[in-house]
Design a binder for this molecule. Structure first.
Ligand SMILES: Nc1ncnc2c1ncn2[C@@H]1O[C@H](COP(=O)(O)OP(=O)(O)O)[C@@H](O)[C@H]1O
Ligand SMILES: [Mg+2]
Length: 361
């Protein structure tokens, strides 16, 4: 039976009419921008699927009196490419020699940006290449540096301390932090109900199936996972000529792994990819690992390095973490259950390794 009426509604890029559980954040940021409050920089931090991109796009849509610009830093990772994305000009010319690179980029930026108020949203800000936070400094200090009025919104999975260097951070000065919690099953349900009502044929689904989806993905708290499982369930039901009921959801869930094209995975650096591969290939991994397994990885890997790897793995949404007690030498022993089959993850890592190898050359 036909189930999907409007596939767009089931895609991740779709911007819904109704925002569930994030209205407060949107109106708070909107108000502060309009009031021209003391700091015009915002950092909205949240795990994958917590609505960051959605909030950014809503702000751009609602603050019509601003010149709105959206840049995905995963696509544009350097200062230079961000400036050309902001100016919508892939061939910006570098001006006279003598200026430092960043000065000349800010020179162009300030010259070309319109005088009126600007709202710049940098999405996936944790993807900024090391040493390329200068643009963040320039944008956040625009007024003082003699540039136009710029309100800056950073959307990221990590705290800025993780990806901006010290001088950029101090340049950013006082900014407004807006943390996003994971969604609970009620919120996920409400998000899904809007989607099924707009995207599926009436009578082709049951609400208890929708409820089940929200419960199955609640542990990740990710609307992205919820929508992906909904889509898979609808496709499954359609292909079997059945209703989208609880049975269809369970069947789809058996083969479900959270969407993997998550940029955070691609953003593991070479060392992290190598360590994670090593970990997955080691004998003691079946569907998860413990903190102590990481320490067994090999000598010469510092604790700081391991801590950073763990943080990256956690942020990628690939594992579910639970505390299992005190480990040796006083550290906490955690257990990490893979959300994705380890062979799937391994082949993905191998692909990334090849990509990284290619970029080097
Ligand atoms: N509060 C919400 N209400 C309705 N849809 C939402 C909400 N939050 C997220 N979504 C939807 O879930 C998907 C993932 O959200 P997204 O904003 O891309 O998350 P993030 O950028 O934090 O990874 C998108 O399709 C988005 O439209
Ligand atoms: Mg996003």
């Amino acid at each position: 039976m036909k189930i999907i009426k409007n596939p767009t509604v089931l895609s991740q890029d779709y911007i819904p009419e109704n925002v569930i559980g994030r209205k407060e954040q949107i109106s708070k940021v909107g108000e502060m921008i309009r009031m021209g409050s003391s700091s015009s920089s915002f950092v909205i931090r949240g795990n994958p699927g917590t609505g960051k991109t959605l909030i950014g796009k809503y702000l751009l849509r609602e603050l019509k009196e601003y010149n709105g610009i959206y840049v995905n830093c995963y696509v544009n990772q350097t200062d230079r490419s961000i400036v050309s994305a902001i100016l919508d000009d892939p061939n910006i010319r570098l001006p006279e020699l003598g200026n430092t690179r960043s000065e000349s980029l800010s020179g162009i930026l300030f010259r070309e940006l319109p005088e009126r108020k600007n709202l710049i949203v940098l999405d996936e800000a944790q993807s900024l290449k090391k040493g390329h936070g200068q643009i963040v400094y320039t944008l956040s200090r625009s007024k003082e540096l003699g540039g136009p009025d710029i309100n800056l919104v950073l959307l990221s999975m990590e705290e800025p301390e993780m990806y901006l260097d010290k001088s950029t951070l101090s340049g950013l000065g006082k900014y407004n932090r807006i943390p996003l919690k994971e969604y609970d099953s009620k919120e996920l349900y409400a998000i899904l109900v809007d989607r099924v009502e707009a995207g599926l044929y009436e009578g082709s689904f049951t609400y208890s199936a929708v409820e089940q989806i929200s419960e199955l993905v609640e542990e990740s708290g990710s609307a992205r996972n919820a929508i992906e499982l909904l889509r898979n369930s609808a496709l499954y039901a359609e292909s079997r000529n059945m209703f989208l009921d609880e049975e269809a959801v369970l069947q789809a869930y058996r083969d479900f792994s959270p969407p993997l094209e998550d940029s955070s995975l691609i953003n593991l650096d070479q060392e992290e990819v190598r360590l994670l591969k090593l970990l997955l290939e080691s004998a003691y991994i079946e569907n998860g690992f413990k903190t102590s397994d990481l320490k067994k990885l090999g000598t010469g890997i510092s604790d700081a390095r391991i801590y950073k790897l763990l943080k990256s793995i956690e942020l990628s949404g690939l594992v579910k973490k639970s505390k299992i007690g005190k480990g040796y030498s006083g550290g906490v022993e955690n257990e990490y259950i893979l959300r994705v089959p380890s062979n799937v993850l391994l082949s993905k890592l191998e692909m990334i390794e090849r990509l990284q190898g290619n970029q080097e050359r």
